[in-house]
Design a protein around this ligand. Structure first.
Ligand SMILES: C[S@@+](CC[C@H](N)C(=O)[O-])C[C@H]1O[C@@H](n2cnc3c(N)ncnc32)[C@H](O)[C@@H]1O
Length: 387
C-alpha cells in the first residue's frame, strides 16, 4: 500500500495514497481515509477535550488514565488525533490486517507507544469484553450493528457517527425500519428526523443495561449524523430517559405536527387542524439534542486549538448552542410555498415571532429552517402579515 503523510489539527498521520480518479470512493481503498470528514474529526477532538477536562477534574483522574476506544479505526486518524491532542489513553481497533498494520505504523510515527495501543479484533467482541470511559463508533454507513456492544462498554461518554442518512431519514423506509426498529418518515425536517431516530435506537440499547444518556451535542452535517452522549447508570435515570421517547404525528396536508411522549399512548390519526390523515414516525427521541454549557466548552476548545475547519466548526457549534431545543424544525420556504407567500429574510421573521411572544431560533440543520414554540397556524398568520 502506498502511503503519504497528512496533517490534521496538531497531528501528522500516514494515510493511503488516494488514486487520481476522484470517482474512486474512500471505502474502496485498502484502508479507508476520507479527507471530507476533517470537520467531524475537528469537532470530535474539541468535544472530547472538553469532556475529559471536566471528567478528570470531577473524578480526580489523570488524563492518561482516561480510556478511549476508536472501535472502527481504519488508518487510526480519529483516535490518533484524540490521543495526541487531548492526552488521554486510546485503543485503536480495526479487524482489517492492512488497517491494523497502518495503525501500528502511525503509533510509532507519532511516538505514542506509551498510551496508544492497536488491536485487531471484531469491534463487537472487543466492546463486549472491555469497558472504556469513552467509546467512539465511526463506521461505514449504519452504526446499528455496534450499538448494543457500545451501550454496554461506554462508561462516561458515547460518540457515534451514522452516514446512512437515507435509511435514518426515511428516504429508504424499509432499510430504516430494519436498522433502527422504528418508522422514520421523509419530509421537510428529514435531517432532524434522522438525528432523533438514531438517538431513539441508542436510548433503547442503553436501557437494556439500565443505562441512561443525555445528549451533549448532536449535529446533522451534509451526509452524516454525529452525536456525543453523556452516560449515566441506574434504573431510575433510565426510566426517566425512556419518558423522552415517543412519536411525531405529522399532517402532510397542512404541515402541523404534534409530539407524543411516553410509553402508554393513544395517538389520534386525524389532524386536529384540518382533519386529514396524519403520518406517524417513531419511536424516536423527543428530548434535547444539545447542552448549551457543553457547547460553550467545545467552542472554547475550538478557539484555543489549531484546527483546519475552525471557522466552520465554530459556526456549527454556535448554531447548535443557540437552537431552541424542541422537535421539529420548520422550513420557511416550504411553508411559504404551501400558502403562496414570498419568504422573508430569516432574522426579520424570527424577530416577528419573538415580538408576538413566541420563542424562536435558527437551526444548524439548514439556512432556511427555524424552531419555534408557535404552532403552524400562528406561523402562517405571521408570514401573511409580513407580505
Ligand atoms: C468508516 S471506516 C472508519 C473511519 C475512521 N474512524 C476515520 O475517522 O477515518 C470503518 C472501518 O471499520 C472497519 N470494520 C468494519 N467492521 C468491523 C468490525 N466488525 N470490527 C472491526 N472493524 C470493522 C473497516 O475495516 C473500516 O476500516
Amino acid at each position: 500500500m502506498n502511503i503519504r503523510a497528512v496533517r490534521e489539527g496538531e497531528t501528522e498521520v500516514l494515510v493511503p495514497v488516494h488514486l487520481e480518479d476522484v470517482s474512486f470512493p474512500p471505502s474502496q481503498a485498502p484502508v479507508f481515509y476520507n479527507p471530507a470528514m476533517e470537520l467531524n474529526r475537528d469537532i470530535s477532538v474539541a468535544a472530547t477535550a472538553a469532556f475529559v477536562k471536566e471528567l478528570s477534574a470531577r473524578r480526580n483522574m489523570a488524563l492518561s488514565d482516561i480510556t478511549y476506544v476508536d472501535a472502527l479505526s481504519a488508518s487510526g486518524i480519529r483516535g490518533l488525533r484524540i490521543a495526541n491532542e487531548t492526552g488521554i489513553h486510546a485503543t485503536l481497533n480495526d479487524w482489517s490486517e492492512d488497517a491494523y498494520q497502518l495503525i501500528r505504523q502511525n503509533i510509532g510515527h507519532l511516538g505514542l507507544e506509551d498510551r496508544v495501543e492497536a488491536t485487531r479484533r471484531n469491534a463487537n467482541v472487543l466492546l463486549h469484553e472491555n469497558r472504556y470511559n469513552i467509546v467512539d463508533i465511526d463506521p461505514f454507513g449504519t452504526p446499528a450493528p455496534f450499538l448494543a456492544a457500545a451501550a454496554r462498554s461506554a462508561v462516561h461518554l458515547l460518540e457515534v457517527t451514522a452516514t446512512d442518512t437515507a435509511p435514518l431519514c426515511g428516504a429508504h423506509l424499509h432499510s430504516g425500519i430494519r436498522k433502527y426498529s422504528a418508522v422514520p418518515f421523509n419530509n421537510e425536517y428529514h435531517s432532524e428526523m434522522g438525528v432523533r431516530i438514531l438517538l431513539g435506537k441508542i436510548t433503547r440499547e442503553l436501557s437494556v443495561n439500565d443505562r441512561a444518556m443525555s445528549p451533549l451535542l448532536s449535529h446533522a452535517t451534509r451526509h452524516y449524523v454525529r452525536t456525543y452522549l453523556k452516560i449515566d447508570k441506574g434504573a431510575k435515570r433510565t426510566d426517566s430517559m425512556l419518558e423522552q421517547l415517543g412519536y411525531i404525528a405529522h399532517c402532510p396536508s397542512c404541515g402541523s405536527r404534534q409530539a407524543f411522549s411516553g410509553i402508554a399512548l393513544f395517538i389520534p390519526k386525524e389532524c386536529t387542524r384540518c382533519s386529514s390523515e396524519r403520518i406517524l414516525a417513531g419511536p424516536l427521541w423527543l428530548g434535547s439534542l444539545h447542552q448549551p454549557e457543553f457547547c460553550n466548552m467545545v467552542l472554547n476548545e475550538i478557539e484555543n486549538r489549531n484546527l483546519g475547519t475552525k471557522e466552520q466548526a465554530r459556526k456549527l457549534i454556535e448554531l447548535c448552542r443557540d437552537e431552541l431545543d424542541v422537535p421539529m424544525f420548520y422550513d420557511q420556504h416550504i411553508i411559504c410555498k404551501r400558502i403562496g407567500v414570498s419568504p422573508s429574510e430569516i432574522e426579520g421573521f424570527l424577530t416577528a415571532l419573538r415580538d408576538r411572544g413566541f420563542a424562536a431560533s435558527r437551526t444548524h440543520f439548514s439556512g432556511t429552517s427555524f424552531k419555534t414554540d408557535a404552532d403552524i397556524g400562528k406561523i402562517e398568520d405571521i408570514l401573511f402579515s409580513l407580505r
